[in-house]
Ligand binder design. Structure first.
Ligand code: ZN
Length: 280
């Protein structure tokens, strides 16, 4: 039997690693651009392969027909071209490639009354550094378990006001690109968890204001910020649709809106992909 499997295995190595077109998950989520998602076919095996990208563990899910798929978050900073992941099974470790296409992101100019939110003072910078470390550590959490749903529910219903990836200039100075998606909804609107999960971090941050991190499993993490009120505690389990807090304008915000980040393998990716609203 092994004699027949070995040549097949070798053949697999030579094939491009994109998931087949009839894969439901790939059709919906495979948007391999900077700030997007690459769905990589890991083949069939009894046990789930362990996949990693840039040294970080990657979300692996089972497609209906028993094939395993890696759902890889592509950081905004990645240049178009070939990227590699590794997949480890009982049979050994394989390297698989996927191709990142280019995507242009628009610019946005924002005026803030509070110049300290553009040029923080030394005490603010110290606070910001600590808060950043805390949040990065949350994004790097990797807990076992399959997410309740990969297609996410909208945390609020309302029009989108600022897209993911937009290059932002505050009072004329370029700062980090927009790492999430904004919804224009009134202050006080309940924010619902887009999938089941566990609250892994809450905080009141310089830029993000009142913030909640929900771990949906295997590094698939939602973050909500600028909230007026937080309704959950760290360690609490939230159901799909469970309320985590209320919309507000705390932190660096020009008015009430709901800002939502989605992260995979510590890469912030476009939440629009997961609600069927991605625009190439
Ligand atoms: Zn935002």
């Amino acid at each position: 039997m092994l004699r027949f499997i070995a040549p097949l295995f070798a053949l697999c190595l030579a094939l491009p690693a994109h998931a087949s077109n009839d894969s439901y998950i790939a059709r919906l989520l495979n948007k391999p651009v900077p700030g997007g998602v690459a769905v990589v076919d890991l083949g069939a095996s009894a046990q789930a392969p362990q996949a990693s990208y840039q040294g970080r563990p990657v979300l692996v899910v089972k497609e209906q027909d028993a094939r395993w798929l890696a759902i890889v978050g592509v950081p905004l900073t990645i240049k178009p071209g070939s990227q590699q992941i590794t997949a480890k099974t009982a049979n050994g470790t394989r390297t698989l490639t996927f191709t990142v296409a280019s995507k242009q992101y628009p610019e946005q100019r924002i005026t803030l009354k509070n110049q300290r939110q553009v040029n923080p003072n030394p005490a603010d910078l110290k606070r910001i550094d600590g808060e950043l470390a805390e949040q990065i550590s949350a994004y790097r959490s990797f807990t076992p378990g399959t997410p309740s749903n990969l297609l996410l529910d909208k945390p609020v219903s309302g029009p989108l006001s600022s897209k993911f990836g937009v290059r932002r200039f505050f009072n004329g100075e370029e700062r980090n690109p927009h790492a999430g998606l904004d919804f224009a909804v009134p202050a006080g609107t309940p924010i619902k968890s887009p999938a089941a999960g566990k609250v892994i971090l809450i905080g009141n941050y310089f830029f993000n204001g009142n913030t909640v991190f929900v771990d949906h499993g295997q590094g698939f993490i939602s973050m909500f910020c600028h909230m007026s009120k937080i309704d959950v505690k760290v360690g609490q389990t939230v159901t799909r649709g469970g309320v985590v807090g209320r919309v507000g304008s705390t932190g660096r915000a020009t008015g009430p809106h709901m800002h939502w980040n989605v992260s995979l393998n510590d890469a912030r990716v476009d939440p629009a992909i997961f609600i069927g609203a991605f625009q190439p």
